[in-house]
Ligand binder design. Structure first.
Ligand SMILES: [Zn+2]
Length: 492
């Protein structure tokens, strides 16, 4: 059913593209759309960022290369661009991680990944009893009793299939870890949620405050350990986590700008994070959306399109380690936040844009609908008027600025999330190009429409927390404390 709509739309676009040059009276958005359907460097840029540069965890040399690469791509396109410094609170990178499971005649070395914000171990590793933590429920910890204290608790997880599963994994892990830390475990070892020996990074829920070695064990070997424990074997786990950790350091967002005309002081931000985790190449998360925004800015510049408001295309950095780049931006741009009318984020891979999260601001819904009206044929689009924590809209939400996260079909996002398998080939570039037209309509719409939502007060932001699950999401992502103590978000 949808495919008929898709074919008709594609045909309309092709026809439209072939007529484009002749239609001198067509609107700026029409010209933008025509240009985006032509042969732009979108795919080559994605190859450069993922195959050539590869995984680019913030603080790594590859990340610094990615920043310079993005600056040069904007500059080559004739777009005004600058690196904007901000401070990362802590350095955390894995050099290597290995483990050994032993007990009686049993001895094997599962492949493991350190969880971001895990503590490093001494060179010889940390050895402790490995105990069966079941699913890490309250009941499971009650059954373990004092055996959990000083031990590595092995926690089984479901295999991750989609984005809903991913949100559940984050929410569950926060509860499991709070139970585990309360009883004084040596560390937590999760049975990997991805098939076979696929490794991935899952942040420790308490972030930089964590003090314990924390790891993910490849699924097949993790399940072997679970079976052995349930068959009565006594096991130990030795974890050897060699990490590059340290204090604060400076890094950069990349901020490109198309200046507005009559309302140049009003700002529309659309951003995607440039950093990734390091096991994979960061194609779905989030290279695809980063190169897409570069491509849209390129066509604005090439066609000389100047909307009424200023548009900032931002490549966020430090996203994976606590959305630090967008937090840095709201600090260094504090004086102009009243004039920010929108901050949109794309961070859900290469699946079709199927809607928008509008942050529990009913007044925003009709504005989003208006912005995407020219691309209705690429829908349907579902607007979910709820807040979403987990990407760079977050600090704008806490500053009371209208914010949107593009909702995308799960496609291959979930199973490859933060995994070794997040590579170029997982992205369907035809879908990415279609998403590009939707994003262009959105940003062009917000940069030209007459109205905009005012910035909210802290009281209004608190009202959103009271009527939605925002506080709970913030707690499970380890993002609550900054708001509660007043270091993050709008002051009263
Ligand atoms: Zn991401």
């Amino acid at each position: 059913m949808n495919s008929y709509v898709g074919i008709a739309v594609t045909f309309w676009f092709l026809l439209h593209a072939s007529l484009g040059a002749a239609q001198v009276t067509e609107s700026s958005f029409d010209r933008l759309e025509t240009a985006l359907l032509a042969d732009t460097p979108l795919e080559r840029d994605l190859e450069d960022l993922t195959d050539t540069i590869g995984g680019r965890a913030t603080g790594s040399p590859a990340n610094a290369r990615a920043v310079d690469w993005a600056v040069s791509r904007f500059r080559t396109a004739g777009v005004k661009v600058q690196k904007e410094a901000f401070q990362m609170p802590n350095r955390w990178l894995e050099r290597s991680a290995r483990a050994m499971i032993r007990g009686g005649d049993v001895e094997f070395s599962p492949r493991v990944a350190a969880m971001p914000f895990s503590a490093a171990t001494p060179a010889g590793g940390v050895t402790a009893a490995l105990v069966d933590g079941g699913r890490g429920s309250e009941h499971d910890f009650a059954m373990l009793g004092t055996k959990a204290s000083g031990a590595f608790v092995l926690v089984e997880q479901d295999e991750l299939k989609d984005i809903d599963g991913l949100f559940k994994e984050y929410a569950d892990a926060a509860e499991i870890e709070s139970r585990a830390f309360a009883v004084g475990v040596a560390g937590v070892a999760y049975v990997g949620s991805r098939p076979n020996s696929l490794l991935y990074r899952h942040n420790v829920s308490v972030g930089v405050k964590n003090t314990r070695p924390m790891l993910v064990i490849e699924r097949d070997a993790g399940l072997r350990a679970v079976r052995l424990l349930r068959a009565g074997h006594g096991l130990t786990l030795t974890a050897v986590l060699d990490l590059d950790t340290g204090g604060p350091y400076e890094t950069w967002n990349v901020v490109a700008e198309i200046p507005g005309t009559t309302k140049a002081d009003e700002i529309v931000v659309i951003g995607a994070h440039l950093d990734s985790w390091d096991l994979g190449d960061g194609a779905l998360d989030n290279g695809a959306n980063a190169v897409m925004l570069i491509d849209i800015a390129r066509q604005f510049a090439r066609l000389g399109i100047r909307p009424t408001r200023t548009v900032r295309f931002v490549m966020w950095n430090g996203e994976e380690q606590g959305m630090e780049g967008s937090f840095g931006y709201v600090r260094s741009h504090a004086g102009e936040l009243d004039k920010h009318v929108m901050s949109a984020s794309l961070d859900i891979g290469c699946g079709r844009v199927q809607g928008f999260f509008t942050g529990a601001r009913p007044g925003l819904v009709p504005l989003v609908e208006r912005s995407i009206a020219p691309v209705a044929g690429l829908g349907p689009f579902k607007i979910t008027d709820a807040p979403l924590v987990g990407t760079d809209n977050f600090d704008f939400m806490l500053q009371g600025i209208a914010n949107v996260v593009f909702d995308q079909e799960s496609a291959s996002y979930g199973p490859n999330y933060h995994a070794r398998s997040d590579t170029y080939d997982k992205c369907d570039v035809r879908v990415l190009r279609q998403n590009e037209i939707v994003a262009a309509a959105f940003v062009f719409g917000f940069a030209t429409m007459p109205d905009a939502l005012p910035r909210q007060s802290r009281t209004e932001i608190e009202a959103i927390m009271k009527r939605t699950d925002l506080e709970q999401q913030m707690r499970s992502m380890g993002m609550w404390d900054g708001w509660a103590v007043g270091t993050r978000g709008r002051r009263p």
